[in-house]
Design a protein around this ligand. Sequence first.
Ligand SMILES: Cc1ncc(C[n+]2csc(CCOP(=O)(O)OP(=O)(O)O)c2C)c(N)n1
Ligand SMILES: [Mg+2]
Length: 336
Amino acid sequence: MNIDIRSSCLPPEDATAWLLERWSMMLLIRRAEEAIAAMVETAEALCPCHLSIGQEAVAAGVCAALTNSDTIWGGHRSHGHYLAKGGSLEMLFAEVLGRISGCSGGRGRSMHLASREMGILGTVPIVAGTVPLAAGAAFAARMRGGTDIAVAFFGDGAFEEGHVHESLNLAALYRLPVVFVCENNLYSSHLHWSERRVADRLDRAGEVHGVPGRRVDGNDAEAVYSAAAEGVARARRGEGPTLLECRTFRWRGHVGASWDADVGVERRGELAEWLKLDPIARTAGRLIALGVHDLEGREHAIMTRVGEALERARADELPGPDRVLQHVWAEAACGR
Ligand SMILES: Cc1ncc(C[n+]2csc(CCOP(=O)(O)OP(=O)(O)O)c2C)c(N)n1
Ligand SMILES: [Mg+2]
């Protein structure tokens, strides 16, 4: 573990209320993903799932710096980004369960989430796909005028794809209003970064293209927020893209609900260290120090919300055979 920066800069408004919101969002993401994990384990949800448990501070911290009309692109591990940007919890569960009322009509499941109203343009499981897509969204925002910006969430594995570097260069050249958020959880599938690269400085990966980078403790929602807010402000001022490297760790396996116990002792040792840096417990500690003592009651309310949303999603309709051809052709293009 090698974390450089822990910013103590809090947003200007009421620090306790702000921290409570971040804590609540991180807990919502975790409880929602635990529910998804349980449904995948029992085969109630018939799709692969990539859980962000342990990484919640990145989604909660970055999205706190965004407005509704800013846009995000997420990847295969993006339940948290979808929720933190304001996506509907019930429509997430409905999507994972393949219900018609899911946020992608039940056709995309865990890895294809979207909500245009909330600026969630999509989540795409093509590794690094979000990087050029967000550059494109930023280009579109620029052409529309105004101050909206775009965010790409992607993993450390994305830096092994060439078009990431092309996108960084293009974004710098056109000073696009975009923040590139790399969630460096040290692994790509089961490969540790040291088996894939020599240098451990992804924050510097944009320097040669003129994209300033910042490394941040990705398990600290305040630090993530501060760094993201700086990048967002730069983008809104027309000064171009920023790259954030958020150092974090996923607790569960690469895919599925397991705890990755099959991939070796070394990773188990690492996990034990990272469990101590639980982003939710750390924020709870700060809240308690600020005099907040009803976290249990609030947690209970979040669990009730998750349980109720899940029951409503379960009660939603599954698509019948009559819908098989729906959304297959673009009607205007085919004249249908
Ligand atoms: C272009 C492409 N190559 C390979 C894969 C298979 N794949 C899915 S997730 C993944 C690992 C991604 O690692 P990282 O980008 O670090 O994200 P993380 O899973 O750690 O969140 C791979 C190789 C893919 N989906 N897309
Ligand atoms: Mg990774």
